[in-house]
Design a protein around this ligand. Structure first.
Ligand code: INI
Length: 160
């Protein structure tokens, strides 16, 4: 039975990382962990482009921009924290929907490491405490889906 499983190697691969500055205390930790994970998997720092954007709402637009470059996958990193208003839902929903839309429209795999949390404590838990680090999780997902998607490219477009 043909079964497809993505390999977790970053060797020879290029990644674009879009990270938001809003809640930078959290997002910088997501970025460090994502980069470390890619390097541990054999990735070369020179093959990583990091794009800082103002907030989560700007992430899909820049993912779309990067999708025109030759990246094996894009990693989106951000942190949306609940405040007193409905704004949290708007930002969370839009960034999630936008990232999916860009991936589907461009065909470039995008791994999402966007934290949506009710409290700062919950966000910290997801940047290296109880719930691991969402930046590392997104980097691993990017490795897996970039490799997996190669299996479904037409023979001319396949890398190897
Ligand atoms: N951006 C975030 O990344 N996280 C948030 O929690 C957030 N909140 O809560 O407002 C946020 N807002 C800014 C938004 O993403 C845009 O940068 C801004 O609206 C300018 O377009």
């Amino acid at each position: 039975m043909p079964t497809h499983l993505g390999q977790l190697s970053a060797k020879g691969k290029r990644f674009g990382i879009v990270v938001s500055r809003f809640n930078e205390f959290i997002t910088r930790r997501l970025l460090l962990s994502a980069v470390e994970t890619l390097k541990q998997a054999g990735g070369d720092e020179a093959a990583l482009d990091i794009v800082w954007v103002p907030g989560a709402l700007e992430i899909p637009y820049f993912c779309q921009k990067l999708s025109r470059k030759k990246y094996d996958a894009i990693i989106a990193l951000g942190c949306v924290l609940r405040g007193d208003t409905y704004h949290f839902e708007c930002v969370s929903n839009e960034v999630t929907r936008g990232i999916s839309q860009v991936a589907l429209e461009t065909g470039v795999p995008i791994a999402s490491g966007i934290i949506t949390a009710d409290t700062l404590e919950q966000a910290i838990d997801r940047t290296g405490l109880k719930a691991g680090n969402k930046g590392a999780h997104a980097a691993l997902a990017a490795l897996e889906i970039s490799d997996l998607s190669q299996n479904f490219e037409s023979p001319q477009r396949r890398k190897s």
